[in-house]
Write a new protein. Structure first.
Length: 299
């Protein structure tokens, strides 16, 4: 058998990245390209829950030889698994507009599009190829889209996400209780060690005014954790914030402990803060907040 193409995500894949890796490897294999999903990092609780429900286990061992790498639900160097050589990346599929993936991965075909979940882009590829996903892939993709779009009610949801879920639901509806179970698993992991969860979910972004850190916690009842988060977030540095998202409502609250940094964030995002907290009218995700911050000038 020829050496496979490796499909991978970041070094701690969430459910969207996990679903994309498994499903896209299936699509490539069924259309004539040997492919293997490899996720060497620690999957988040939601991804582990859904895989376990389906009786699946993620491949974590990188094969000794492979032809190329495809990145899904990631399009930048920070957070990539250590085995990924940017020059070996042949394809990038993501829904976040940060950085310049065409320059970072010079040999890759890049698809970065404004949809709620990368899983939507993978389902569209199945449709374009005329291939019906297996039940496992259909459930994974559907669960990933539901997770990333706050059950299709979040502000990142697009018509393409709605159409993708309708298509997948028509093929294989989600098992009863799966969504509630995956969100519960996520909350339990966060509450088991809140400080560790905040640190694990941090991402650092460069800006001429100074780099900044955004952590994001998504789980049912997330907004009730704001006071518990205040001290650990402040310990991460002055230019640090945490976005707390309840995907079941959906709603979010942004916590920025430092007053000077808070004013900078308010100026660039248009959010109104009451003390350290901002309560957007619609649930905002980190990628939306960061997009506003990076577009706001040098400060």
């Amino acid at each position: 058998m020829s050496a496979p193409v490796i499909i991978t995500s970041n070094d701690r894949p969430d459910l969207d990245g996990t679903a994309c890796a498994v499903a896209y490897a299936e699509l490539l294999a069924r259309t004539g390209t040997a492919a293997l999903p490899v996720l060497p990092g620690q999957l988040d609780a939601e991804a582990r829950y859904v895989l376990g429900h389906l009786g699946l286990r993620a491949h974590s061992i990188v094969p000794p030889s492979f032809n190329a790498v495809v990145l899904v639900d990631v399009s930048a160097l920070p957070g990539l698994p250590s085995f990924v050589d940017p020059d070996a990346v042949r394809e990038v599929i993501d829904h976040r507009f940060h950085g310049a993936p065409g320059s970072v991965f010079p040999n890759a075909t890049v698809q970065v599009e404004a949809v709620g979940a990368a899983a939507t882009l993978i389902l569209e590829r199945f449709v374009q190829a005329g291939v019906v996903p297996t039940e496992n892939s259909a459930v994974l993709l559907q669960a990933g889209i539901q997770s990333n779009t706050q059950c299709l009610k979040g502000s990142v949801t697009t018509q393409r996400d709605l159409d993708a879920v309708a298509c997948l639901r028509g093929l294989h509806p989600l098992p009863e209780g799966l969504l509630a179970g995956q969100f519960r698993a996520r909350r339990e992991e966060i509450l088991a060690d809140l400080d560790a969860a905040l640190l694990r979910e941090t991402k650092t972004f460069d800006h001429p005014a100074g780099s900044f850190i955004v952590s994001q916690l998504e789980c049912p009842g997330a907004r009730s954790l704001v006071w518990e988060c205040a001290s650990p977030v402040a310990r991460l540095g002055r230019r640090t914030m945490v976005n707390l998202v309840d995907p079941t409502v959906p709603a979010s609250v942004l916590l920025v402990p430092d007053p000077e940094f808070r004013a900078w964030v308010a100026d660039r995002t248009g959010l109104t803060f009451g003390g350290a907290f901002a309560h957007p009218e619609v649930a905002l995700l980190r990628k939306q907040i960061v997009r506003r911050l990076l577009a706001g000038g040098q400060g």
